[in-house]
Design a protein around this ligand. Structure first.
Ligand SMILES: Nc1nc2c(ncn2[C@@H]2O[C@H](COP(=O)(O)OP(=O)(O)OP(=O)(O)O)[C@@H](O)[C@H]2O)c(=O)[nH]1
Ligand SMILES: [Mg+2]
Ligand SMILES: [Zn+2]
Length: 357
């Protein structure tokens, strides 16, 4: 965001610490904000104190404004309303654990509090969105989904998603989709090798032929996995092909002769359940660009774990492994001891972070 330039008038006063009136107003605004935050913390604690020792009875499947579809512990799925207080004090999103109570009538159910989150998947809406918004909560793993060829596999996108998972503290895996499009000798397979070498689970699938779906099902068991990837890579098709329960896309895609056809862009994140076993998937709308949250340029290097052994030999501890003298990471890249695509991906990521800073 570009701020209006400070005029000479502002500067003159700034030299003496700003206009006294301005300073007073700013301090008053800050005090008011602090008071409000303290009041909200108290209100939240008060709401939660009613549920001490009681497990949340609902899990949010999908959220629309002041309503959320919840799977309740009695086995039903109900559309619940957030009380204005809960809406203001907590907010809820897909994957949240909530407490619910009967509303004014038997038909109505309201969400009265939300449990603390184990993890949050946050994404930037745009450049001006500094903290990002939460698209899913309590997720254990991010399944970075990319098509083998259509749309083309871009390792830069994989690298950005891996950094996002690392920043958010969520384990990654990679799902390669649409392998029916390409043969075993497709050059894209080699591009995936550095990720396997890092120990990241890579599962190759096709919603069309069913290849890899059993292996994927095993990976999804006993955890909550968020599917993340660009639009059109085939996230929803996989959910449908695996028979995940609650897939809203099921009605929109025809499955003639057992094949998934047609295209339906997902517009809202949704929690889906593995049939016959414990495991959940959040299908999310694809995005064109992955906005990274909470990442300073100087911190990006720690999210490329394979650099660490070389970085120890860099001449400067603060080395950002770009063009510094005595950079052992760059040397490892030149000696082909590091995967070229990963190092080049890092350099591109640094350029974009430095441009944003
Ligand atoms: N050949 C082939 N096509 C597929 C496969 N999986 C998905 N597709 C096609 O790819 C297109 C996009 O699939 P979607 O499942 O809607 O992709 P998505 O990742 O959910 O996209 P967004 O919801 O926009 O993020 C559709 O036209 C699908 O039919 C596959 O395994 N093989
Ligand atoms: Mg989709
Ligand atoms: Zn270095």
């Amino acid at each position: 965001m570009s701020r209006p330039k400070k005029g000479p008038d502002r500067k003159r006063h700034a030299g003496r610490g700003g206009r006294p009136g301005d300073r007073g107003k700013k301090a008053a605004r800050e005090a008011k904000r602090r008071d409000q935050k303290a009041r909200e913390d108290r209100d939240r604690a008060k709401l939660l104190s009613r549920y001490e020792g009681i497990e949340p009875d609902g899990r949010v499947l999908c959220q629309y404004g002041t309503h959320a579809e919840c799977a309740l512990s009695d086995g039903t799925v109900r559309l619940c309303m957030l009380t204005p207080k809960v809406h203001k004090l907590f907010g809820v999103c897909v994957g949240d654990r909530v407490w619910t109570e009967r509303g004014a009538t038997d038909q109505e159910r309201v969400i009265t509090a939300r449990a603390a989150r184990r993890t949050e998947i946050r994404r930037k809406r745009g450049e001006e969105d500094l903290v990002g918004h939460v698209i899913a909560a309590n997720v254990d793993r991010m399944a970075i989904t990319a098509a083998l060829q259509a749309p083309p596999l871009r390792t830069g996108a994989l690298d950005r998603y891996l950094v996002l998972a690392s920043v958010l503290g969520v384990d990654p895996m990679i799902i390669v989709t649409k392998i029916d499009h390409a043969g075993e000798d497709a050059p894209e397979w080699a591009a995936l090798e550095p990720y396997r070498a890092l120990g990241i689970p890579v599962v190759a699938t096709s919603a069309e032929s069913g290849a890899g779906l059993d292996e994927l099902r095993t990976e999804l068991r006993d955890r909550v996995t968020v599917f993340a990837g660009h639009s059109g890579v085939g996230k929803s098709s996989l959910c449908l092909a695996m028979g995940l329960e609650g897939s809203p896309e099921a009605g929109d895609m025809s499955t003639a002769r057992g094949r998934v056809r047609g295209r339906h862009t997902t517009s809202i994140a949704r929690l889906l359940e593995l049939p016959d076993e414990d495991g959940w998937v959040v299908d999310t709308p694809g995005v064109r660009a992955i906005g990274l949250v909470d990442l300073q340029p100087e911190d990006a290097r720690v999210h490329f774990p394979e650099f660490a052994e070389f970085a120890a030999e860099c001449e400067y501890a603060s080395c950002l492994h770009r063009s510094e003298d005595g950079c052992a990471v760059r040397e490892a890249y030149n000696d082909e001891a590091l995967a070229a695509s990963r190092y080049e991906g890092y350099v591109r990521l640094m350029e974009s972070l430095l441009a944003d800073a």
